[in-house]
Design a protein around this ligand. Sequence first.
Ligand code: COA
Length: 173
Amino acid sequence: MRWFNDPEVRQYLLMYGPMSRAKEEDWFETMQQRRDDFLFAIEAQIGADWVHVGNLGLHRIDWKNRSAVFGIVLGEKSHWNKGFGTKAARTILRFAFTELNLHRVELEVFAFNPRAQRCYEKAGFTREGTRREAIFRDGHYHDEHVMSILQEEYFAQEKARQPSESGTAKRRA
Ligand SMILES: CC(C)(COP(=O)(O)OP(=O)(O)OC[C@H]1O[C@@H](n2cnc3c(N)ncnc32)[C@H](O)[C@@H]1OP(=O)(O)O)[C@@H](O)C(=O)NCCC(=O)NCCS
């Protein structure tokens, strides 16, 4: 509730208006019922503790076309820009492509959110288009970018990122 009532956090999200305990509980109940959503907590090791720093999810899963919509929030600003978002995005993409066998994961990001765009690029998403002036915020219209990653792109990216087993074995030898 505290995260979503922070205007600096909320400015980047589709939701608007204050978050109340009742709204939060309604949302949680709804999420429990849904079968086309996977929602996860992001925990990060900070010092000796594991701390709940945010949430992320795969939403609107379409089992026929094998696609889903990705969403993420790190609620504490002090945890931004430390690589947690990129690591969490890569982790859920692994789940999406190697467990759920999805073909495509997409997302929408406001044009005035370069941090998120950079995070998504690092995780392998490509910008594929712009919904012009789709977002009305603070008295102005703003563009919204659509980004996506396909399963084969994810596998190619992971292959390029990790040394192959044989390469590791050779180096060890
Ligand atoms: C978006 C979000 C998930 C990203 O997670 P994060 O852990 O902060 O991001 P990372 O540290 O993994 O990567 C951020 C990158 O953006 C860069 N960045 C930060 N501010 C930037 C700016 N103003 N312009 C360009 N790049 C910027 C960082 O330098 C970093 O790139 P680098 O590693 O190449 O230096 C997180 O910041 C967040 O939850 N923000 C608030 C809610 C939100 O925006 N949700 C997404 C809605 S689409």
